[in-house]
Each structure stands twice: as structure tokens, then as C-alpha cells.
Design a protein around this ligand. Sequence first.
Ligand SMILES: [Zn+2]
Length: 390
Amino acid sequence: MSAPAAGTAAPAGVWADVVGQDAAVAQFRRAASPEGSLAQAWLITGPPGSGRSTAARAFAATLQCEQGTGCGRCTACRTTLASTHPDVTVVATDKLSIAKEEVRSLVMTAQRAPATGRHRVLIVEDADRMSAGTFNVLLKSIEEPPPSTVWMLCAPSAEDLAPTIRSRCRQVTLSIPSAAVVAELLRRRDGVDEQLAIRAARAAQGHIGLALRYATQEGALAAREESARTLLSLRGAGQAVLAAQSLLDRATAEAKEHADLVAAEEKERFLRSAGIEDGKVPPALRSQLRQLEEDAKRRQTRLVRDVLDRYLLDVHSVLRDVLSRQLGAQSELVNVDVSREIDEVAGAGSAHVTLDLLEAVQEARRRIAGNVPPLLAIEALLARIALSLR
Ligand SMILES: [Zn+2]
């Protein structure tokens, strides 16, 4: 048994993987205890990668646990965590929005009494991806759920949900877990080597899934380091234009790879459920299959933006490191692997220029989220960085 990270209790039962969230975990456990008052609608918020859906599953497992404690060993705990418990329904989506029909069927499920557990639990992982009309479908069920039904909605922030919905939920907010806590999780849960775990956790800036990717995917950390180095050596608008194109190409390739994988799995599942083994799709099913493929394309567009946003957060972290050196802060750099280049750039420039650049990164992120063509936004940003760092 390894020692837990300083300042945190030893992980226990179903909560073992919900790291760096002591306050939230205490709140969930209190609500699930016999003395607690269990709200029937919960809103779990926190930045991407902070573990919202992991926390929701752990909470659901605690509610279903045969010991009533979230022991992590009984059948109810184990099946809930593995998403196979008959009374726990999880809705996750890679799509731009959750379809109204999907929520309608969820609301019907919510009306049913639990089959084996003490509660019927419905977890919506991306509750922010609902249209106003879809929120309305959900509203009634959240207002007056059957006595044993518990809703758990996950979203980046409360503002992402319609006010009518969020006012009916009890809110729990997750914080960004520290690099030390994330590294400890990678070591314990995924068997990642200690040094690598720390590097990956630091680079991921508190995003648990990303940290795991950095730690396990060949070349991912090196590619990130290479981009940081390119950024710090940008000189002139010409280089910036080239770098912007290459950034976009990389994001597109990464998004496509992921989207293709998911699309292939979906298609296979579709064919299998339709009993088609020779790949010959009868005319009656062709439009459904086409719909599936169109969904996959739409998803890819969103993914490109998500990946780009992550790259921009990386750019932000490099500039923040530069700023922290310029201000003489003694804190550990996020991008330790390029500390020499960071020191050079910091020495040649001034803090207020760096502050302006940090704001420019946020502006570029807002523009891309607001549907400005990504290449334009990134070119403008990198050109500005190149000229300012010269
Ligand atoms: Zn249990």
C-alpha cells in the first residue's frame, strides 16, 4: 500500500478513483447515509477532466450498495461502476447535442420502480448538450420524480443548464485536482511509473483523462513538448501561418482518428443488432445507416474544436510559465521540459506583453467556440505571439 497524497484521506471503496475532491465526496456520502436527506435531482459541475461522471457513478454505487456504504466489493457496487447495474442508466454522448427522443426514453425509464436496487438512478454525462426544448422534456420528471428515482446531471458549470432545471437540483462542484493527486491516481490505478505519472499529470493540468493519455500513448507527451518548443521559437508572421496550419492539421488528424474509431464501433453494433453478417444492408435500413454516418461526421467537427481548445490551453500554459518566470515566482513550471526556452523568452520580454498574450489566447478560444473559422483565429493568435516574442 502506498501512502496517500498529503492532506487527503486514504481512498476507500467506490470513491477510490474520485481524487482531490474531499469536500464533494463528503457531501455525497452525507446525503447517501441513513441520516442524510437525499435530494432527487443532483447537478454535478466541474471543469472537463475533473471526474464528474466518475463521481456520479460512485455516488450511484453508494446509493445501491448492499452494505449502504459504497463498499466497492458487493455486486451492486461493482455492477454500478461497470455500468451494468439494471437500475442505473448512464447517458453519454460524443454528439453535439442529446436528442429529444433519447431524453424522452430516459424520462420513461425514470418512471419505473427499481428492479433490484433501492433506487433508480439516471446519470446524464453531458447535460449541457441539450436544447431548450429537450430541457422541457426533462423538467417534469425532475420536478416530480417517483420516490425512488434519483437524477444526476453532469455539466461544466451550472450556467450551462436552463435555470428551471438547475434551480431544482442540489449542486455539487468539483475542483481541478492537483497534479500530485492525479499522478498518484495514475500510479495506483493504472500502474504508471512515478516519474512519468508526474510529468503527464503536470502537462494535463488537472485533466485526469488527458493525463492518462499522456502517460500511456506513445509520443503524446513528446508531441506536446515539441509544440511548446515551436511556439517559443516563432519568429515572424510567415512562421506563424505555417504553425497555425500544422496545428489545425494535427487537431483534425487526432479528431478523425477518434471519430473513425467510434463510428466503426457504432456501425458494427448497428449491423449486429439488425442481424446483418455479410455487410449487405437491405434498402429499408440504408437511411438509418446513412444517419449514423452523418452523425459521425458532425461529431468529428465538434471534436476538432475540442482538440484545438486543448492545444490552446497548452499554449496558455506555456505563456503562463513565461509570465511566472518574469514575475520571479518560484512555483514549478507546467512545461518543465522546455524550461530553458521559457527562461530565454521570459528574459527577452516583459510581463505586461505576456499578460496581453494570455488574454489573446482566451480571445482565440472564445472566437473558435463562437464559430469563427479555427484557422483564422489561430493564425491571428500565433502571428501576434510571434511578433511579440521577437
Ligand atoms: Zn457495496
